[in-house]
Structures are given as structure tokens and as C-alpha cells.
Design a protein around this ligand. Structure first.
Ligand code: C5P
Length: 411
């Protein structure tokens, strides 16, 4: 699946303070770079006691600035230039000291001076890391409240064993969470911001014996493309996936399953907390009534009969117990009478949308990177989308879902 880097063309100013968690800033820096961001690093001098500036120079391929009088470019003033040309500013780890300086407007080193020069329209994210007592000190709490009131986003610390061996809040938030917070703030269209999506993807495998199973040709590409697109649009995504060869998209919570019954269980657990459910999985319709505990032996003279039981209909089960305001979409892979079959499934499964595709076409459906789908709505409307990449198809489907949710004023 081809994807464009989500932070391509974005300039991130990363401020690093003197906390033991400074070593994690190398991971943050590297992850932001991999997402396409151009990262510029400013370190406090105490941060350089924990990690050397050359680490960040190598990761960013830019000079790392520490001293107020470091001026790598003679025609520019570094702190003003950095502050004003960045699309976002992240301070991670942020000490009680930098939080206090930022709250009170003190500018006595390069990082604090840069932060004061950041335009108020530029998103500023602060990921604190400090001892619990320092974090809970009324001064730090008041400073953090001041920053929040000014629109600074504080990325809440984690709970655990701290460097000083105390146990409590104060650990730098997970690197994943910090990088995701940057991504969400920079996403250009964020119509799924704050929404939780449950997406099913891939085939299911129904075992016959320890080595054989009933399966299908689904690659999972459509469901994974939907998950990736939704995350880029600000959603939290749980992807319940049958066996596929695909890498899970970044920031998606993946739950791996094999059988339809396992997929149902994972979905029923996740669905009540989700605003939108999209069933893109090709769930096996039947499973073996009994699974042999030993490999079935080949016999070339007698035929083998396997009794099959129907599998539960996952999307219909979710729809039957839908949470208030939940939007539920399914897919219909068809080879004939597509419109009629899709409309019937939409109604019988109790869905808000069904997306049909003609899997007899070589360029749509199973295991290819393109798809040509039609959207069918409960009021009888249908809309055919052009043949396009599965990622573009995913974006178009999400736009239609976002519009439908907005129209019905769902929460
Ligand atoms: O009935 P059919 O399998 O064609 O329906 C397809 C839609 O129903 C897809 O959204 C698929 O993910 C979902 N489905 C399901 N559980 C099943 C069968 C299909 O959730 N057992």
C-alpha cells in the first residue's frame, strides 16, 4: 500500500530539557522524521548532560542549538527564526523549570527565549517529565493551568516507577502518544477528531484440523486503508484483523484474531465504546462443526464430508445491539445483482451504509490495490465511486460517513 508521509512538509521545533527522559527524545525525533517532518532541535544545557547534541544532529541533519548565542546562519536570528518558521512546537521532556519559565515569560536561555517567540497561533505541546512531588507541587500545577488556559496542550504524564525509584505520576507520556499528539494537531482535515472507530479487516480462518482451514482471498487492504485514513483524520482506531500479511498502520490499536467467533468476541468487547463501526472483513460464512485434534489423513478411495455450521454475522450482531448514535457500515463483496444484493444486506443487517464492490472485476476487490465501490444508503440512494486506490476509496468512504453523521447530528 502506498502512503504519503503524514507530516511531509511540516517543520517541528523540538525542545529538550534536562530530565533523564531526554534519551526518549531521540526516539520522538526519529519517529517524527519517519513521518516526514523536518525536525529542528533546541536543547537546554542540562539536557546535553543526558544526551549529546550529535545524536539529534544525526537524526535531524540540522545543527542542534543550545546556547542563545549559537547563530549558525549569519543572516538570521536563530531563536526568532526557529520560533516563527515552525508549524508546531513540542517540548519533550519538559521539566518543572521550563514549565515555570514558560508560564511566567522568563527567557534566560535559548529554549525559553524561543518559546516566548512562538506566535500564539502555532500549536505548542508540552510533555512534562519529573518527580511526582514536583509535578504535584502547587507551583507546577498552577503553571500548568496557566499554560492550558493559554491554549498550550499538556500531554499528561504516565504512572509508574520514576528514575528516583518513587512510584507515581511524572513519567514522560509514551513516545507513541506524544508523536500521535503532534500528528493530530498537524492533520489538515480532522473531521474524525475525537471519534472512536472499530474496523474489521481481512479474512477469517476456520480450522478443520491442526494444519488446514477454510479461508478466503481477502488481503485486508481495504480495511487497513480505512484504518490508516481514519487515523490521519484524527480518529482513534481499533482494527480487529484476521490473518493478513500487512503491517498495521501507525497509531492503530490492532487486535489480531483468526476465526469468526474470535472476531465477534473482540468486536463485542470494543463496539460499545465506538462511534463508528465499519465491517470490512470477509468473514467466513461457515465453520467446521468439529475440528479434528490430529491432522486428517488422506484417503484416495473415500470422499471426505465436513459438516459446516453457520458463523455468527458480526456486523448484524453489533447493529442489533447498537449503542445510541452509533454509525454502522458494512461491505458487500458481490459477483452479480450487486445493487439488489447490497440493498437486501443493508436492510437485513440493520446498517446505516453498505459499500458494495464487484469482486469479479480484476481491478477491484480481493488482493488488489485498487477498488471501485458503490455506496448504498437506507433511503435508497446509491453513489458509485470511480476506480481508484484503496486509500483514496477509504478517504471517500470516510468523507461520506462524516457527512452522514453531521447530517443526523449524531453526537
Ligand atoms: O453477508 P455478507 O457476508 O455478504 O456481508 C458482508 C458484510 O457483513 C461485511 O461488512 C462483512 O464484514 C459482514 N459480515 C460479518 N459477519 C459475517 C459475515 C459478514 O460481519 N459472519
Amino acid at each position: 500500500m502506498t502512503t504519503s508521509a503524514p507530516l511531509a512538509g511540516k517543520r517541528v521545533l523540538l525542545g529538550i530539557c534536562g530530565s533523564i527522559a531526554a534519551y526518549k527524545a531521540a526516539d520522538i525525533c526519529s519517529r517524527l522524521g519517519k513521518l516526514g517532518a523536518d525536525v529542528f532541535v533546541v536543547m537546554t544545557s542540562s539536557a546535553t548532560e543526558f544526551v549529546g547534541a550529535p545524536t539529534f544532529r544525526a537524526l535531524t541533519r540540522h545543527p542542534v542549538l543550545v546556547d542563545l548565542f549559537d547563530e549558525p546562519l549569519s543572516d538570521r536570528i536563530a531563536h526568532i527564526d526557529l520560533a516563527q518558521s515552525s508549524d508546531i512546537v513540542l517540548v519533550a521532556p519538559a521539566t518543572a523549570n521550563i514549565i515555570a519559565k514558560l508560564a511566567t515569560g522568563i527567557a534566560d536561555d535559548l529554549l525559553s527565549t524561543c518559546l516566548l517567540a512562538v506566535p500564539t497561533s502555532t500549536p505548542l505541546l508540552v510533555a512534562p517529565a519529573m518527580n511526582t512531588v514536583m509535578l504535584e507541587h502547587p507551583a507546577t500545577r498552577a503553571n500548568m493551568t496557566t499554560l492550558t488556559e493559554r491554549g498550550v496542550e499538556i500531554i499528561t504524564t504516565g504512572y509508574g516507577v520514576l528514575a528516583c525509584q518513587d512510584i507515581g505520576y511524572g513519567k514522560l507520556a509514551d513516545v507513541d502518544e506524544i508523536v500521535n499528539a503532534v500528528r493530530i494537531r498537524l492533520s489538515t482535515h480532522d473531521d474524525f477528531k475525537g471519534r472512536r472507530l472499530l474496523i474489521t479487516a481481512g479474512p477469517t480462518r476456520e480450522p478443520l484440523d491442526p494444519v488446514r482451514y477454510i479461508g478466503n482471498r481477502s488481503s485486508g487492504k481495504m480495511g487497513y486503508a480505512l484504518a490508516e485514513a481514519a487515523v490521519h483524520r484524527g480518529a482513534s482506531v481499533i482494527l480487529v484483523s484476521g490473518p493478513t500479511a500487512l503491517e498495521p498502520p501507525a497509531f492503530v490499536k490492532i487486535v489480531r484474531v483468526e476465526t469468526a467467533e474470535q472476531m465477534l468476541e473482540a468486536c463485542m468487547h470494543a463496539a460499545p465504546t465506538c462511534d463508528v463501526v465499519i465491517g470490512a472483513a470477509a468473514v467466513a460464512d461457515y465453520r467446521a462443526a468439529s475440528v479434528a485434534s490430529k491432522k486428517l489423513k488422506r484417503n484416495s478411495t473415500t470422499s471426505l464430508t465436513v459438516e459446516l455450521l453457520p458463523n455468527p454475522d458480526i456486523i448484524a450482531t453489533i447493529a442489533a445491539r447498537r449503542a445510541v448514535g452509533q454509525f454502522i457500515a458494512g461491505f458487500a463483496a458481490e459477483t452479480d445483482d450487486i445493487d439488489v444484493n447490497a440493498a437486501r444486506k443493508l436492510q437485513s443487517k440493520g446498517l446505516d451504509l453498505i459499500v458494495s464492490n464487484d469482486v469479479s472485476r480484476p481491478d477491484a476487490g480481493f488482493d488488489v490495490d485498487t477498488n471501485a465501490v458503490t455506496l448504498h444508503w437506507p433511503d435508497g440512494r446509491s453513489e458509485a465511486l470511480p476506480l481508484q486506490s484503496k486509500r483514496a476509496t477509504a478517504e471517500a468512504i470516510l468523507s461520506c460517513i462524516a457527512a452522514a453523521i453531521a447530517k443526523h447530528n449524531l453526537p
